[in-house]
Design a protein around this ligand. Structure first.
Ligand code: GAL
Length: 825
C-alpha cells in the first residue's frame, strides 16, 4: 500500500473512532475488545485449598481489609528495624495499618469466550498477593508479587461459550512494612483478539532524536499467532491528525515540529498499529506515547528536552487513604491535582510497581516518574517479604514492569530498589549490575537509580559506584563526600526529609527535634520534627539550591499512608498511619504543603501563615510564614511584631557561626537529640533561608495578620488568621470539583464559628446523609483515629474531615448542636 493511501485509510478509521484505544482499555472495536471484568464473587477463607462456602458479590478493584475495624493485634511485628539503627527487637504496632489484610481471599467469575477462533487474554493489573489463577478448574498461572501486572492466555483451557475463572490469593503476616492492601485491588481486563494479534505490551516506542524541528519515532511491533501474509502498518496521530506512518514492524518515522512532552506541556501522541492480511484489517493496537528527550550528565545534570531542571518530586505509597489499595482513577487524579498545585513535577512509586492508572494520569497531567519495583532484594526487612521470591522472580517482575511502562513519556528513570541491605554486602555491587543489565536489555533509553541509605558504606564499597544514577535516601550530611568520591559526579535525592507533622496540631515552643513524642500521640505542625534517620525540608532545599550536581529530590511522602506510624510505631497503638505526609490521609494539606509550594510553584505566589490563633492569654506563640515574597511583616490586632526577610546563603553560614543578623528570622532552638553517626545533625541556620519565623509572639485574641512585600518593598498580599469563637455550623467544600472526576466527589467538611472561622480543635462526630449520590469513604487525617473508613460518620480532626461520595445528588452533613452543611453535586 502506498504511504499516502495508508495515511488516508488510517486517518479515516481514526476519525470514525474505529480504532481501539488500549490506553482507555474500554472501547470495544471491530478487531479487538478490551473489557473490564468487574463483577466477581469473593470469599475469605482459612486456607488456599478448601473451597469456601459463603461467597459475596464484589466489584473489582476490591480491597477486602479496608472496610474492617482496626485492631492492635493485626500483624504485630516484633522486630528490630536495622535500617533505622535499631539493635533490639520491640513490638511494632500499626506498622502495616492495623487492618486484617492477612489471610486467604478467593475470587471467582465467569467470562464470555464464545468464539473458538478468537484469542482471549485475561490481564491483571495487580492482585495482592501470591495469585493462583485457575481457568475451568485448571491451575494455569501463579504470580507471587501482588503489585505487578501479569496476564493469562485462556485459549488452551476454554471448553465452551463461557469460562470459569478462580483466583486464590494469600497474604502472609510479616510480609510488609506498610499497608499492602488485600485482594484483586487493581483492574482485570478480558482482551479478545483474532488469533493473529499484537500481544499486551507488544509495542516498543522510542524517540531516538528529538528537537523542536523534528523528531524520529521508532516503533517495534510484536505479532503473535500465525504470521503468514501479515502486514504491520503503524500510523502516528497528533489528536485525530495522522502525522507519520511506517509499513515496517520495526520502523522509524519522522515528525516535523513535534510538540514535546514535559510536565508543563504534557502533549501526547498515539501510534495506531494495524495488522493486515489480504488487504483486510485483522487487529488494531493503540499505543500512547510522548516525544521528549532525557539526559543525565555531570555537566548539565538532568535535562528534559535539552533544559536542565531538578526533580521537585514526592514519594507515594499506593494506598489511597480511606479507599485503601483499591485503585480509583478519580482518587489518584485528586492526589495529583493537589501535588500539581504545590509545584511538584515528579513521583517515585515507592517501593513497588504502580497501577496503570497512576502512570496514565502522570502522562496526561504532567508528572515525571521514577518507577521502583522493590523494597528488598535477597535480604528481607520482614520475615515473609519479597526476599523469599527475589532470586526466582526478580527478572520476571522487572520484565513485566518495564514492558508495561516503557512507552510512557512520564517515566524518566527506573529504580532497582530501596534501601536494600545488599548495600552492605562485599559483593552487593554484583546484584546492582545484574539488575541494571536486565533493565538495560529491556530498555536502553532510561537510567537506573537505587535509593541508598547506607551512605558511609556505599561511597567506598563499590555499591554506590555501580549504581548508574546514585540516589541517596536522607544522609544530607554526606552528599559532598559522595560527590567527591563517586565517579558519576551527580547525586539524586531519591528520598528526602521524612519530616513528621500532624495537620493543625502545634507544639510550643517550636523546637527542632528528632524523635519527639507527646502524650497525645501527635507530631508538631511547625515542621521542625523528624526521625533519627531523616531531616527537615530546608536541608534538602539547600542541597538542591547550592550544588549544581544535585539532580533534585523525592520527598517522603506526598501523602500520608496507612501503616508505618513513626515515631509512634513501638507499642504506641492506636497510631496506625504515617505522619510523614505533606498532605494527610484525608487529602487535606498540612502546613508543609505551603512550604514546598513556596519553593516549587513558580507560577503562582504563596503566602501562608501558621499556626491557628486560639491560645491562652499570656501564651508566647511561634508564628511561621511560608511565602514566595521576599519579606513580610506580622501584626497582632494591628500591632507590628516586626518585619522579616529571608536570610541569604552567606548569612545562614554566619548565623551558624554565632553571628546575629538583623532583619532575618532567628534560628529556632534545637532540642535534646541523639543522632547516630549516619544520621543527620540538625542545621537550624537553614530555616531562616526558607521560612519567616517570629518565635515569641504574645497571644492576644483577635487577628493575626501577615503583610507580604515584593522586591521593591511594596505591599503585595496579606493573610489573616482569626481567633475562632464557639463552633456554630458545618461548612462543606467540594475539593475536586474542577478536576474532571468521573465518579467521586471529595467533600471537605469543616467546623466553623459564626463568622466562618475554622474551629481549629473541634472534633465533633459528623454524619453524612445522601440523596441521589452514595457514600463511599471518609477520613479525618488523624493517624490515631479508629473511626471506620466505610461508615458515613467521622469525627473531625483539628476541625476538619473528608467524605467521599459517588454520583450526583445532595449531601447533607450534620453534627449535634451545629447548623448542618449541604452541597449539591
Ligand atoms: C525510609 C524508607 C521508607 C520509609 C521512610 C520513613 O528509610 O525507604 O520506606 O520507611 O524511611 O522515614
Amino acid at each position: 500500500m502506498k504511504k499516502n493511501n495508508l495515511l488516508g485509510l488510517l486517518g479515516l478509521l481514526g476519525l470514525l473512532g474505529l480504532l481501539n484505544c488500549s490506553c482507555s482499555k474500554k472501547q470495544p472495536t471491530v478487531y479487538r475488545t478490551d473489557e473490564l471484568v468487574t463483577r466477581w464473587q469473593f470469599a475469605l477463607a482459612d486456607n488456599t485449598t478448601d473451597m469456601p462456602e459463603h461467597w459475596q458479590d464484589v466489584t473489582i478493584p476490591h480491597d477486602w481489609a479496608i472496610s474492617q475495624p482496626f485492631d492492635r493485634s493485626y500483624d504485630l511485628q516484633e522486630i528490630a528495624v536495622v535500617q533505622n539503627g535499631e539493635k533490639t527487637a520491640t513490638v511494632k504496632t500499626g506498622r502495616s495499618g492495623g487492618l486484617p489484610w492477612m489471610g486467604c481471599g478467593w475470587y471467582r467469575t465467569r467470562v464470555a469466550t464464545p468464539d473458538k477462533d478468537k484469542h482471549y487474554t485475561l490481564y491483571f493489573d495487580g492482585a495482592m498477593s501470591h495469585a493462583d489463577v485457575f481457568v475451568n478448574d485448571k491451575e494455569v498461572c501463579y504470580w507471587p508479587y501482588g503489585y505487578n501486572a501479569f496476564q493469562v492466555t485462556l485459549d488452551p483451557f476454554i471448553q465452551g461459550d463461557s469460562t470459569d475463572i478462580l483466583v486464590i490469593l494469600e497474604n502472609k503476616p510479616q510480609s510488609s512494612r506498610w499497608y499492602p492492601g488485600a485482594g484483586i485491588f487493581r483492574n482485570v481486563h478480558l482482551i479478545t483478539t483474532n488469533k493473529t494479534h499484537v500481544p499486551v505490551w507488544g509495542t516498543c516506542i522510542t524517540t531516538p532524536e528529538v528537537s523542536r524541528d523534528k523528531a524520529l519515532v521508532h516503533i517495534r511491533v510484536d505479532v503473535e499467532g500465525p504470521k503468514d501474509n501479515v502486514l504491520v502498518l503503524t500510523t502516528l496521530y497528533d489528536g485525530d491528525e495522522p502525522v507519520a506512518s511506517t509499513e515496517h514492524a520495526d520502523g522509524t518515522m519522522e515528525i516535523r515540529n513535534p510538540q514535546l512532552w514535559s510536565p508543563e506541556t504534557p502533549h501526547l501522541y498515539t501510534a495506531v498499529t494495524l495488522l493486515m492480511r489480504n488487504d483486510r484489517i485483522i487487529d488494531s493496537y493503540t499505543t500512547r506515547f510522548g516525544i521528549r528527550s532525557i539526559s543525565y550528565t555531570p555537566e548539565h545534570g538532568f535535562q528534559l528536552n535539552g533544559q536542565t531542571r531538578k526533580f521537585k518530586g514526592v514519594c507515594l505509597h499506593h494506598d489511597l487513604g480511606p479507599l485503601g489499595a483499591a485503585v480509583h482513577r478519580d482518587a489518584i487524579r485528586h492526589q495529583l491535582s493537589l501535588l500539581k498545585d504545590m509545584g511538584c513535577d515528579a513521583i517515585r512509586t515507592s517501593h513497588n510497581m504502580p497501577a496503570s492508572e497512576l502512570i496514565e494520569l502522570c502522562e496526561e497531567m504532567g508528572f515525571m516518574v521514577m518507577v521502583e519495583p522493590f523494597d528488598v532484594w535477597d535480604w528481607g526487612k520482614t520475615d515473609n517479604d519479597y526476599h523469599v521470591h527475589f532470586a526466582d522472580w526478580a527478572e520476571r517482575d522487572i520484565t513485566n514492569m518495564v514492558l508495561h511502562f516503557r512507552n510512557s513519556p512520564a517515566v524518566v528513570m527506573w529504580s532497582s530498589g530501596n534501601e536494600v541491605w545488599n548495600q552492605t554486602f562485599p559483593k552487593g555491587y554484583e546484584t546492582v549490575e545484574w539488575l541494571q543489565s536486565i533493565f538495560h536489555r529491556l530498555d536502553p533509553t532510561r537510567p537506573v537509580t537505587c535509593g541508598m541509605d547506607q551512605a558511609k558504606t556505599v561511597i567506598y564499597n563499590g555499591f554506590g559506584a555501580a549504581v548508574e544514577l546514585p540516589g541517596f535516601n536522607y544522609r544530607t550530611g554526606r552528599y559532598l563526600e559522595a560527590y567527591e568520591h563517586l565517579p558519576q559526579k551527580m547525586l539524586l535525592g531519591s528520598e528526602t526529609a521524612s519530616t513528621v507533622s500532624s495537620r493543625g496540631v502545634y507544639k510550643t515552643p517550636a523546637v527542632i527535634r528528632p524523635d519527639a513524642m507527646y502524650p497525645d500521640g501527635q507530631c508538631s505542625g511547625y515542621d521542625v520534627e523528624y526521625c533519627a534517620w531523616s531531616g527537615l525540608p530546608d536541608q534538602d532545599f539547600e542541597l538542591q539550591d547550592d550544588y549544581p550536581w544535585t539532580l533534585g529530590q523525592f520527598v517522603w511522602t506526598g501523602f500520608d499512608y496507612l501503616g508505618e506510624p513513626s515515631p509512634y510505631d513501638t507499642d504506641a497503638w492506636p497510631s496506625h498511619s504515617s505522619y510523614f505526609g505533606i498532605i494527610d490521609l484525608a487529602s487535606l494539606p498540612k502546613d508543609r504543603f505551603w512550604l514546598y509550594r513556596s519553593q516549587w510553584n513558580d507560577a503562582e505566589p504563596t503566602l501562608h501563615l501558621l499556626p491557628h490563633w486560639n491560645w491562652q492569654e499570656g501564651d508566647r506563640v511561634p508564628v511561621f510564614c511560608y511565602t514566595t515574597y521576599p519579606a513580610a511583616e506580622l501584626f497582632v490586632n494591628g500591632k507590628s511584631q516586626g518585619k522579616l526577610r529571608f536570610a541569604t546563603r552567606d548569612e545562614a553560614v554566619r548565623m551558624a557561626n554565632g553571628e546575629k543578623i538583623e532583619g532575618v528570622s532567628a534560628m529556632p532552638p534545637v532540642g535534646k537529640f541523639m543522632i547516630p553517626d549516619w544520621g543527620t545533625a540538625p542545621r537550624p541556620e537553614l530555616l531562616p533561608r526558607y521560612r519567616l519565623m517570629w518565635q515569641d509572639v504574645p497571644f492576644e485574641a483577635g487577628e493575626l495578620k501577615v503583610v507580604a512585600y515584593d522586591a521593591e518593598g511594596h505591599v503585595a498580599a496579606e493573610e489573616i488568621v482569626r481567633t475562632a469563637g464557639p463552633a456554630h455550623h458545618l461548612q462543606v467544600d467540594w475539593a475536586n470539583q474542577d478536576e474532571g472526576a468521573e465518579e467521586l466527589a471529595y467533600l471537605t467538611v469543616s467546623v466553623r464559628d459564626k463568622e466562618g472561622n475554622l474551629c481549629c480543635d473541634a472534633a465533633p462526630l459528623i454524619t453524612l446523609e445522601t440523596n441521589g449520590c452514595t457514600f463511599v469513604a471518609t477520613a479525618n487525617g488523624d493517624a490515631r483515629s479508629l473511626d471506620s473508613f466505610v461508615k458515613p460518620e467521622m469525627h473531625a480532626f483539628a476541625g476538619q474531615c473528608t467524605f467521599i461520595v459517588r454520583g450526583h445528588g445532595t449531601a447533607t452533613l450534620s453534627s449535634e448542636g451545629l447548623l448542618s452543611g449541604n452541597i449539591r453535586l
